[in-house]
Design a protein around this ligand. Structure first.
Ligand code: MLT
Ligand code: MN
Ligand code: ZN
Length: 299
C-alpha cells in the first residue's frame, strides 16, 4: 500500500488568508511551516490514484506530487477519482476545481452526496463541464477500490452526525462523517484515515487496534484552544473535534495502539504548527507523530 500525504491543515490552511495568529504569521515568515488542507493520495493500482478529500488546494497538491502528473497522453491523468470522508467545505470545494476531467468518480456516503447535490448543487453546476459518477462508500464490508482481486480494499466506518454549517438542518445520520479503512490483500496491511473526529466509536477503535497505520484529526491541541486563542466561543469538542490532549483526548487513545500513529488536519492555532513547540516532545514520548505535507508512507 502506497500513500502520499498531500496536506495536513484544517479549514483555512496555514497560513490562513485573513489570520495573523502566531501559527499563520510563523508560516508566512518560515515557508517550510506552511500546510495545505488535509488530503491523502492512495495508490489503487499501478499508475492509478484516488485522492481522499478535494480541498481548495487540490490543483497545487496534484502539481506538488509527480506521481499525480498527467501523461503520456495529452489528457491522461493518474487521478482515478475522489473519496470523501465528509461534506465539509475544506474537503469538497476542490471538486469543482477538477471540472476539466473527462469524467470523475466520487465515492461518498449517502448524506454527503445528498448535501453536495441538494445544498451545493454540484450535480447541476458540474453537469455542463464533466460527468460525475457517484459511488456509495461501503458501510458494511469492504470492496475493491479499483477493480482486480488483488486491488486495495476500501470501507467506511461511520464516525459522527456532524454536518457542515451549510447543511445544519439536514437529517441526522451517523455517516455524515466517516473514517476510511484501507486494506491491502497483497501485503495484509491496513490503514485508517480519519481527519474529522467528533467521536471515537467502538468500530473505529476496533479498526485502529488492527491497523498498521492510523492518521487522525489533530485539529486542536486541547479543548480550550479555540476559546483561548479567540477564534471561537466554542470548545474543540463543541466544534466537533476531539482534542489531542487531556482526558478523553485522542493522544490517550492512540498511545496504546500497535499502529504507527500520526495527526493531520491541524488548525493554524494548534501549537504543533511550530516545529519548536514542546508539545512535539510530549507526543514523541507517546510514540505519536505529526504528519507533514509531502510525506510518503509505504505499508
Ligand atoms: C471542520 O473541520 O470543522 C470544518 O472543516 C470547519 C470549516 O472549515 O468550516
Ligand atoms: Mn475541516
Ligand atoms: Zn492563524
Amino acid at each position: 500500500m502506497l500513500l502520499h500525504v498531500l496536506g495536513t491543515a484544517a479549514g483555512g490552511g496555514t497560513p490562513q488568508w485573513n489570520c495573523a495568529c502566531p501559527g499563520c504569521s510563523g508560516a508566512r515568515a518560515h515557508p517550510h511551516r506552511r500546510r495545505r488542507h488535509a488530503s491523502l493520495a492512495v495508490q489503487a493500482g499501478e499508475g492509478r490514484w484516488y485522492i481522499v478529500n478535494a480541498t481548495p488546494d487540490i490543483g497545487d497538491q496534484i502539481e506538488a506530487e509527480p506521481g499525480l502528473h498527467p501523461g503520456p497522453g495529452l489528457r491522461q491523468t493518474p487521478v482515478a477519482g475522489l473519496v470523501l470522508t465528509d461534506a465539509e467545505l475544506d474537503h469538497t470545494l476542490g471538486i469543482a476545481r477538477l471540472r476539466e476531467a473527462d469524467g470523475l468518480e466520487v465515492l461518498a456516503t449517502a448524506p454527503v452526496r445528498q448535501a453536495l447535490m441538494d445544498r451545493l448543487h454540484l450535480g447541476a453546476v458540474l453537469g455542463p463541464y464533466t460527468s460525475v459518477t457517484w459511488r456509495e462508500l461501503p458501510l458494511r464490508g469492504s470492496e475493491p477500490l479499483d477493480g482486480g482481486a488483488a486491488a486495495l480494499h476500501i470501507s467506511a466506518i461511520p464516525v459522527s452526525g456532524k454536518r457542515p454549517r451549510y447543511a445544519a438542518d439536514a437529517p441526522d445520520d451517523d455517516a455524515w462523517v466517516i473514517a476510511l479503512r484501507l486494506y491491502d490483500p497483497a501485503s495484509g496491511t491496513s490503514a485508517v484515515y480519519a481527519p474529522a473526529l467528533a467521536a471515537w466509536p467502538d468500530h473505529l477503535q476496533q479498526a485502529a487496534a488492527e491497523a498498521d497505520l492510523v492518521i487522525v484529526d489533530g485539529t486542536f491541541w486541547d479543548d480550550e484552544e479555540p476559546r483561548r486563542t479567540g477564534i471561537s466561543s466554542r470548545t474543540a469538542t463543541g466544534m466537533g473535534h476531539l482534542p489531542i490532549d487531556g482526558p478523553g483526548g485522542t493522544a490517550e487513545l492512540l498511545a496504546p495502539l500497535d499502529a504507527r500513529c500520526l495527526y493531520t488536519h491541524l488548525n493554524n492555532t494548534n501549537p504543533l504548527v511550530d516545529p519548536a513547540a514542546p508539545q512535539h516532545k510530549r507526543l514523541a514520548r507517546l510514540g505519536i507523530e505529526v504528519a507533514h505535507d509531502g510525506m510518503e508512507i509505504e505499508l
